[in-house]
Design a protein around this ligand. Structure first.
Ligand code: GLU
Length: 274
């Protein structure tokens, strides 16, 4: 049976990593945030339903605090996230307002999603926002998320968070924008023979090996984290595109079905190239 092709998706979750939002010198990448607001608003206007999962809280906090690297103390990182999250949302809101688009902040912890009643509330909130044509901006609630033996509240990272948000919102497509062009057979920075996969139809051991291989932590969160998110997506027979977030308007091309980045979709999904 042929499932939703990229060209006919309706509900999309877009995940943007810190590397796309914070410049190498630690300052906020205003151009990227503006492009994200422009692109997502255009899609919303065209009738797509859009949810943004955005990192960058800690990065924005470090910038405001004048720190050039993450402090090792968890409390300091959580303080930086609290400072940065409000700054980030302020900038997002400004840029979305510029395009006459309402946006909303949704902060989640893992336990909320695991607990059935809270999970239902999160789902209701996301559905309500999307039906109001508001764009939710989701992040992990970094200031309270911790990993304790009997109280797991962390998602792991925002790659996992975005796959979970795609599942909660029953999205047709997860677009993961990172600092790499897609999923490669090896680290393209160290291996000139590394090849970019256009399409991955299942996660197998050899892919896991190329993600786990020594020195393969290319792309924020690492490739194994992207594969874990993709597994989640395969599990509910949905689809994901991993692409470079250097230029967020690349999303328009992805939705036109152009071969951009790596498409993770089982054989049951049709696409222009099939
Ligand atoms: N929630 C973190 C932040 O906003 C990022 C975590 C991640 O990108 O995996 O800074």
């Amino acid at each position: 049976m042929s499932r939703t092709s990229i060209e006919s998706v309706k509900r999309i979750v877009v995940k943007v990593g810190t590397s796309s939002l914070i410049l190498p010198n630690g300052k906020i990448n205003l151009r990227a945030i503006d492009q994200i607001a422009f692109t997502l608003t255009s899609l919303n206007n065209q009738g797509y339903e859009v949810i943004l999962v955005s990192s960058g809280a800690i990065g924005a906090g470090l910038n405001l605090l004048g720190l050039n690297k993450r402090p090792s103390s968890i409390a300091k990182q959580q303080a930086a996230a609290a400072i940065g999250q409000s700054e980030l949302i302020k900038i997002y809101n400004q840029r979305f307002q510029h395009y006459h688009q309402i946006s909303a902040q949704v902060l989640l912890t893992r336990d909320v999603v695991d607990y059935p009643e809270s999970r239902a509330n999160v789902i209701n909130t996301l559905y309500e926002l999307v039906s109001m044509k508001v764009i939710p901006i989701v992040n992990e609630n970094d200031s309270v998320a911790v990993d304790e033996l009997d109280h797991l509240t962390k998602f792991g990272d925002n790659d996992q968070l975005s796959a979970i948000v795609a599942s909660l919102s029953d999205a047709d497509l997860l677009i993961m924008l990172s600092d790499i062009d897609g999923f490669f057979s090896d680290n393209p920075q160290t291996n000139p023979d590394a090849v970019l996969y256009n399409r991955i139809t299942e996660i197998n051991q050899s892919l896991e090996n190329s993600a786990d291989g020594a020195g393969s932590r290319f792309g924020t969160g690492g490739m194994s984290s992207k594969l874990k998110a993709a597994e989640h997506v395969f599990h509910r027979d949905s689809q994901m595109v991993l692409a470079n977030g250097k230029n967020p308007s690349i999303i328009f091309d992805i939705l036109e079905g152009k071969k951009i980045g790596t498409l993770f979709a089982s054989d049951t999904h049709s696409s222009k190239e099939d």
